[in-house]
Write a protein that binds this ligand. Structure first.
Ligand SMILES: *Cc1c(COP(=O)(O)O)cnc(C)c1O
Length: 224
């Protein structure tokens, strides 16, 4: 009941926006995902490839699985047959491997470019120059099995709401600039993935189209 109520509260907040809810189910057991599924939730986010693949096997086929965490190239193969969207593309090397696996499974794999926006030390993400550089290449020829549909970013972990707003605003600005520019054939700017349990309200006001929410649905995670 708690999970269902949490989802309904969030959906009410998303109503009237163009934003969809991703239930971040990492570390959560299949039983709790089933509870969210029974409440109508169909998009789930995981951050570990093997954990996602194991859960996908056990759960209904109409679930949309989103990879939201850092993805190592040697793990792409576990999720390539079914993943709906990879939010965390942060290198050309990873793009290469996703393309290879997409070709192998005869499908186009949708991806977001993860952009580094936080003013703190984080290991992952491209900076704006790298994004522009990447989008300048002939991606449709180089990566025919990849479709880039937007950007993803994570704000600094801080209580400072102004700072979070500024970081999300910066990503939105890049998104809009790219959207208005000429993009390679297999690139579009339709999805802007930003916002987690602590900052999704700010993300929404900054134009997010995908919020990734774990704790506010399932409660605190239990890491073993
Ligand atoms: C875990 C995680 C989330 C969800 O975080 P909550 O604070 O539990 O909502 C969102 N995005 C990414 C990339 C994550 O790793």
């Amino acid at each position: 009941m708690v999970i269902k109520n949490n989802i309904n509260t969030l959906l009410a907040e998303l109503q009237g926006t163009h934003c969809r809810l991703i239930a971040v189910s990492k570390t959560q057991p299949v039983s709790l995902i089933q509870e969210a599924y029974a409440a109508g939730q169909r998009i789930f986010g995981e951050n570990k490839a093997q954990e996602m693949a194991a859960k996908q096997q056990e759960l209904p086929a109409d679930i949309e699985w989103h990879m939201i965490g850092h993805l190592q190239t040697n793990k792409v193969k576990y999720i390539a047959p079914f993943v709906a969207l990879i939010h965390s593309v942060d290198s050309v090397k990873l793009l290469d491997e996703i393309n290879k696996q997409g070709l192998r499974h005869n499908r186009k794999i949708k991806c977001l470019l993860q952009v580094y926006i936080a003013r703190e030390e984080t290991k992952f993400g491209l900076d704006e120059a790298e994004v522009l550089d990447l989008l300048n290449a002939d991606l449709a020829t180089t990566y025919p099995a990849v479709e880039i549909v937007g950007l993803m970013g994570m704000a600094t972990f801080t209580q400072n709401q102004d700072q979070i707003r500024e970081e999300f605003g910066q990503l939105k600005k890049l998104f809009d600039t790219l959207k208005q520019s000429t993009l390679p054939a297999n690139v579009s700017m339709t999805e802007l993935s930003m916002g987690m349990s602590a900052d999704y309200k700010i993300a929404l006001s900054c134009g997010s189209t995908l919020v990734r929410i774990g704790t506010a649905i399932f409660g605190a995670r239990n890491y073993h």
